[in-house]
Design a protein around this ligand. Structure first.
Ligand code: NAP
Ligand code: GDD
Length: 361
């Protein structure tokens, strides 16, 4: 076989690094995505809103500091701040992960949720195309937009949100992602991501609340904890797998929307059971409705139900069908439900044990 010809290398032409701006970089997904893009050779800029905490305290715990993340300040509620951040970072790709992302809180702060999750994307796009008309944008859409639509849910399923969070994300998807793609020819994609978790998950989301609470019970730091609706079913994947799909979407020839999920769903109750097994502390259930309790083998009540954790309206059953992403992006999840639960529980148990051993708890 003839030897393959390779183009002569010109030592003087250094390829310019691609620049990415990640909004929501202090969040779970932002931290994994920033790490992933830096490893791919991107110059990564993280957009952070100003708070009274030192920026490095907020970033160091998430993104390994040696990986050289650049920080720009900006708030999705403030167009001028976004403009300045874009002028400084000059991105080729924007990943809009910033949001008021807590569904339960969205019932308490619907206006703020709408302003960040819907108008925030509008502000970002309007400023971005002034700085770079060819910019590619990823929008963090969500399975919460499906609301009560029957599972399995895919790109063709009906959207019927039942929370202010879901409504704001759906408006952003329809007006700015689909609308601007069609009317203005913008390269913008929606990742319709189902729930994804990790040891970096916010502590008020149910999976992390369970992993922390059960680890505390095991260590004797806490007696019991309370949950809301344990019958809700979620399709839970690993955040580290999901950020790879975000990047793949922006590398396609044409912009499109993709469902990202595992195709396996579990109840909140099953998450508790699996997490308790990891800690060698199996749980059995007794009672019904608000009187249901979860007990350990020695009869100690460790899980209770509290009305305050129920939502005014609930998404009962999410189960994603991500065959389009598998076919077009070549994406598939790598971490199973059991591996995910073990990863989260072990991380919290070890972290809390160290703190307890050091006399901090
Ligand atoms: P997260 O951990 O709650 O992170 C949200 C990020 O948004 C934080 O960095 C937060 O910054 C930032 N933020 C909030 N308001 C802002 C504002 N006004 N201006 C600038 N930044 C602001 O969320 P996540 O789990 O990583 O999710 C990332 C995105 O994916 C979100 O848009 C979420 O709605 C969407 N999503 C998540 C899932 C999931 O299961 N994780 C599934 C589907 C879609 P602070 O540190 O300052 O609070
Ligand atoms: N947070 C929380 N706390 N949820 C509880 C609790 C509790 O004590 N008890 C039961 N749940 C139930 C909720 O009612 C819901 O049905 C389910 O557990 C999952 O709740 P969360 O972990 O808060 O996630 P979510 O599904 O509402 O929203 C997450 O996933 C969406 C994608 O479907 C968030 O990450 C959203 O930002 C994301 O878009």
């Amino acid at each position: 076989m003839p030897a393959k010809k390779t183009a002569p290398k010109n030592k003087n032409t250094k390829k310019k690094k691609k620049r990415a701006l990640v909004t929501g970089v202090t969040g779970q997904d932002g931290s994994y995505l920033a790490e992933y893009l830096i490893d791919l050779g991107y110059e990564v800029w993280g957009l952070m809103r100003r708070t009274s905490l030192e920026p490095m305290i907020r970033i160091e715990k998430l993104v390994r500091p040696e990986r050289r993340l650049r920080i720009v300040y900006g708030n999705l509620r403030d167009g001028a701040s976004i403009r300045q951040a874009l002028e400084e970072s000059q991105p080729d790709e924007i990943y809009n992960l910033a949001a008021q992302s807590d569904v339960g809180i969205s019932f308490k702060c619907p206006d703020e949720t709408m302003d960040i999750n819907y108008h925030g994307l509008g502000r970002l796009i309007h400023e971005a195309i002034k700085v770079n008309p060819k910019v590619k944008i990823y929008q963090a859409s969500t399975s919460e937009m499906f609301g009560r639509t029957n599972p399995p849910q895919n790109e063709n399923s009906v959207f019927a949100p039942v929370s202010p969070y879901g409504e704001a994300k759906l408006l952003a998807h329809e007006d700015y992602v689909k609308g601007y793609r069609e009317k203005k020819g913008l390269f913008i994609c929606s990742g319709i991501l189902f729930n994804h978790e990790s040891p970096r998950r916010g502590e008020h989301f149910v999976t992390r609340k369970i992993s922390i609470s059960l680890a505390k019970v095991k260590l004797g730091i806490q007696e019991s904890f309370a949950l809301g609706n344990m019958d809700a079913k979620r399709d839970w994947g690993f955040a580290g797998d999901y950020v790879k799909a975000m990047h793949k979407m922006l590398q396609q020839k044409t912009p499109d929307d993709y469902v990202i999920s595992t195709g396996v769903s579990h109840t909140v109750r099953e998450f508790v059971e699996e997490a308790a097994k990891v800690l060698d502390m199996p749980i059995s259930w007794s009672g019904k409705g608000f009187d249901e309790v979860g007990k350990t083998k020695d009869g100690k009540v460790v899980v209770r139900i509290a009305k305050e954790y129920y939502r005014p309206t609930e998404v009962d059953y999410l189960l994603g069908d991500s065959r389009k992403a598998a076919k077009k992006l070549g994406w598939k999840p790598e971490v199973s439900f059991k591996q995910l639960v073990r990863m989260m529980v072990t991380a919290d148990y070890e972290r809390l044990k160290k703190m307890k051993d050091a006399g901090l708890l």
